[in-house]
Ligand binder design. Structure first.
Ligand SMILES: NC(=O)c1ccc[n+]([C@@H]2O[C@H](COP(=O)([O-])OP(=O)(O)OC[C@H]3O[C@@H](n4cnc5c(N)ncnc54)[C@H](OP(=O)(O)O)[C@@H]3O)[C@@H](O)[C@H]2O)c1
Length: 228
């Protein structure tokens, strides 16, 4: 059987890096991306994945990345829109225009553009799987996280629409809603949060669901999380 192929964004650190390791162990062909060249090269050396750096804040670069990954892999069976960031805790009155624009570009526009490109290809083949890593923040709300929360709600809304369009062409779509995970995403260590390998393992389970099953939403948290 041909190896399944995956494009993973946000692969240099955290959940995405663990995803690449686990998918490579399961014999997937993986194209990994992030901005940090040294981290990407070490991941390629460690796992044998393919990859290229890309700043997803640049819309044109995001679309070009899809084409680059497609030509490197031959086809893309699975897209994992995992890259995301939060600039920190800021009350609404202190959020800058630049922070709003950056959060929009990376947390919402880039996954939309990559999913659009993927659906064109996958829809034509009548197979494929797009996974958008949202957050449990899109199931609640918190003070001082307004820009990030707003963009994750937007990604949640987009994912719900995508599910309905993609199913018409036999393409699976999964919204992933992890809770607190102990990664570089936050400055302080949180050993009571989920390990990135655990968060990644749950996503891999959705990719490996039986052919006749699609997981539309996966919501999971560390046991200590109670803000819902
Ligand atoms: N950690 C949590 O508690 C948590 C909870 C819920 C949801 N999530 C979501 O899970 C996903 C992964 O987060 P994580 O915790 O693994 O975070 P992380 O450790 O900070 O990793 C984030 C990844 O995104 C990439 N990235 C950030 N900005 C980018 C840009 N402009 N262009 C390209 N790549 C960019 C980073 O790569 P470079 O640094 O190399 O650019 C890195 O590989 C995110 O979507 C996040 O919102 C996280």
């Amino acid at each position: 059987m041909a190896k399944r192929t995956v494009l993973v964004t946000g692969a240099t650190r955290g959940i995405g890096r663990e995803l690449v390791k686990q998918l490579r162990e399961l014999n997937f062909e993986v194209f990994a991306t992030g901005r940090d060249e040294a981290l990407l090269e070490s991941l390629k050396a460690e796992t044998g994945c393919l990859g290229a750096t890309c700043d997803l804040a640049d819309a044109g670069a995001a679309v070009a990345l899809y084409k680059k990954a497609h030509s490197a892999l031959g086809q893309i069976d699975v897209l994992i829109n995992n890259a995301g960031f939060n600039s920190g805790k800021d009350p609404v009155v202190e959020v800058t225009t630049e922070q709003i624009d950056a959060s929009y570009a990376i947390n919402f526009r880039a996954p939309f553009l990559l999913a659009r490109e993927a659906l064109k290809e996958m829809g034509a083949c009548k197979s494929g799987h797009i996974l958008n890593v949202v957050s449990t923040i899109a199931k609640t709300s918190m003070e001082n996280y307004s820009a990030y929360t707003t963009m994750k709600y937007a990604l949640h809304g987009f994912t719900q629409c995508l599910i309905k369009e993609a199913r018409q062409v036999n393409v699976k779509v999964t919204g992933i809603y992890p809770g607190g995970t102990d990664t570089d995403f936050r400055l302080e260590d949180r050993p009571d949060y989920m390990k990135p390998e655990s968060a990644a393992q749950m996503i891999v389970q959705c990719i490996n669901a039986p052919d006749d099953v699609v997981v539309h939403e996966l919501v999971y948290r560390p046991i200590i999380e109670t803000n819902f």
